[in-house]
Design a protein around this ligand. Structure first.
Ligand code: NAG
Ligand code: NAG
Length: 149
């Protein structure tokens, strides 16, 4: 029984921790430890139209954070286009974070990206950034993705 539980636990751990290879795009007052995208077993992450993608980022802070504004972009042909109607611009809300965040701490941020059925089926880079009360980037990462039917 215990063995089976441990086995199932390991399976769940694998199934839910899709840590991806990302490019840092300017983290300044924080540093990324891991970027998890679920589902994304392989890159580019396939973003199925009509689905919800879960994001889980572990990061550390180098300064105190009292406010967080989140911006999500699709980078296409070198242009940064804001993801339309991203519903979680306030990174202190619905994100697992309770602000203020102390300096020198480790935190886990989570969010959801809804892939609208109206998006074109194209390859994009997903650019995700959190800025603090001074407009400085806490963390920023870029992950290759492809919107699929
Ligand atoms: C995605 O999330 C939205 C908002 O929570 C929800 O209404 C919708 O049913 C979800 N879609 C899927 C495919 O899970
Ligand atoms: C973040 O995780 C919490 C706890 O699991 C959940 O209630 C919340 O909806 C998540 N936020 C987003 C934006 O998905």
């Amino acid at each position: 029984m215990l063995k089976r539980l441990i086995f199932v636990g390991i399976l769940v751990a694998f199934a839910t921790s899709d840590n991806v290879v990302y490019k840092d795009c300017g983290s300044k007052t924080g540093a990324i430890t891991t970027v998890g995208v679920t589902p994304c077993p392989n890159e580019p992450c396939l973003l199925k139209k009509g689905s919800n993608i879960s994001m889980a980022i572990t990061f550390t802070t180098k300064e105190e954070v009292t406010k967080i504004s989140t911006d999500v972009y699709a980078v296409l042909l070198g242009k940064k286009l804001p993801f339309p109607n991203f519903p979680y611009p306030d990174g202190c809300k619905d994100s697992g974070l309770s602000c203020p965040l102390k300096s020198g701490g480790t935190f886990k941020y989570n969010s959801t990206l809804h892939v609208d059925s109206d998006y074109p089926a194209i390859k994009v880079l997903v650019w995700w950034q959190l800025a603090d009360q001074n407009g400085d980037i806490i963390f920023c990462f870029e992950v290759p993705a492809e919107i699929t039917n």
